[in-house]
Design a protein around this ligand. Sequence first.
Ligand SMILES: *[C@@H]1O[C@H](CO)[C@@H](O)[C@H](O)[C@H]1NC(C)=O
Ligand SMILES: *[C@@H]1O[C@H](CO)[C@@H](O)[C@H](O)[C@H]1NC(C)=O
Ligand SMILES: *[C@@H]1O[C@H](CO)[C@@H](O)[C@H](O)[C@H]1NC(C)=O
Ligand SMILES: *[C@@H]1O[C@H](CO)[C@@H](O)[C@H](O)[C@H]1NC(C)=O
Length: 484
Amino acid sequence: MSGFTSKGLMVLFFLVFLVMCPTFDICDAGRGWDWRAGDKGQSGGGLSPTSPSQSREPKSRLILSSTPKPKPQPSPSPGPPALHGTTFDVLDFGAKGDGITDDTKAFQAAWAAACKVEASKIIVPSKYEFLVGPISFDGPNCGDNIVFELDGEIIAPTDPKPWGSGLLQWLEFKKLRGLTIRGKGIIEGHGNAWWSNKSQFDDDAQPSNELSGKMPNVRPTALRFYGSNNVTVTGITIQNSPQFHLKFDSCEAVEVSDIVVSSPGDSPNTDGIHLQNSVDVSIHDVDLGCGDDCISIQTGCSNVFLHNINCGPGHGISIGGLGKDDTEATVSNITVQDANIKNTMTGVRIKTWQGGSGYAKNIRFENVIVSGVQTPIIIDQFYCDRSRCKNQSSAVALSEITYEGIKGTYTYQPVHLACSDSVPCSNIHLNDIELKLLNEDEHAYEPFCWQAYGELQGPTEPPINCLQSEKTKINQMHSDQGSN
Ligand SMILES: *[C@@H]1O[C@H](CO)[C@@H](O)[C@H](O)[C@H]1NC(C)=O
Ligand SMILES: *[C@@H]1O[C@H](CO)[C@@H](O)[C@H](O)[C@H]1NC(C)=O
Ligand SMILES: *[C@@H]1O[C@H](CO)[C@@H](O)[C@H](O)[C@H]1NC(C)=O
Ligand SMILES: *[C@@H]1O[C@H](CO)[C@@H](O)[C@H](O)[C@H]1NC(C)=O
């Protein structure tokens, strides 16, 4: 009997819902019900079953005031409603999306609900601007394959308060299996609140009095994934991050495609995509412009495939700095293919600190077009971003590095291969290199090599005569041993 009663209630609830909703599309009773099912047991979840329609009322008006048409559903939820593939719209959890109200709690509540359901979908609808503070979308006890459908805009607070004494990231996804972020939405970090040191000293610099307080010294990464696998990020734009835009740390099986990263060329440390301890990564068809490395590959990365990359402004595509503070680095199987690099500091770069150990090997740069790049091809084993670094003999060993089809224009030096004295670079292959000075009237430097061994597999423009053959290295080692 009690079974019948609850079924009756369900039907009643469903009917009430239909009556209350002007159209099925806007109200989406199925989703409301699914949300309620997913919300069970959530502490402090004070929303009643009818709250979806209630919370939707003011929002519909908000939409009507800015645009004549009611919001279309981003995509109809496919298949029958069930505890699989359920959708959770942040608006149903109290998010206002007016760009002023703090929607952090609504996002937390939407996540708490979606987390419980395998293949659930969080909807961040278009035409809204959600002000969201630092937030962590945490596993590991979430369902697999959650989709974060981002069509609206998420903006970071420019008020120092939510950042406390400083946080390493703003939006974090942690310990998840099969997470997808997709859509046409924007993640706006409002980095100018952090970059400009003007605002801290010059009261007239910014009209906003939100900036009267000082942002902490630690600047956050905009979007970070940690300890997750089968992660997909596609379609979105990430812009003006206070620090790195998109970071993967300890992730496996990552695919990033069709995204845009955008921040000014002089914004500090605003790497586009930063990879660390991550394996099986594919990044393709991306457009990255920022104030630091477009893509940066750090220790612990292997099997990374970068394809169809647009980069600039920025510092180019970099492996490293590896071996900082005498650490061990392990990097292998990195391929960069079909990249367009424009007006950057370097093109393709490997940088290591003195004193490090370990290796970076089997690295391939293929079909890279540079325009107005200061130094297109660079290995720097004396990397130091402090005022001075002490000379040390140990180094990260670099080997099996191929440059093939690197063409275009440079403004400073075409090739710079500065390898460690004690651990020379080995098996460097250069083929089909055509680099011209952008402005013939400017002064430029010749190709430079130091302790760089390998071979030219054909003529290069300009000639790179400084690369030493592996044979001379072997002979040298023999003569060194002979003299001992
Ligand atoms: C502060 O601004 C000056 C001038 O724009 C710039 O050179 C300097 O690097 C900035 N310092 C920091 C910490 O951003
Ligand atoms: C990713 O997902 C596929 C298919 O669902 C699965 O076979 C694979 O093991 C997953 N990879 C990782 C690293 O979990
Ligand atoms: C790198 O690639 C080679 C062959 O292409 C493979 O044998 C090796 O296992 C890969 N290394 C890693 C760390 O996956
Ligand atoms: C380190 O080595 C370089 C090249 O041999 C030399 O020019 C430089 O003076 C050295 N620096 C220190 C701090 O010893």
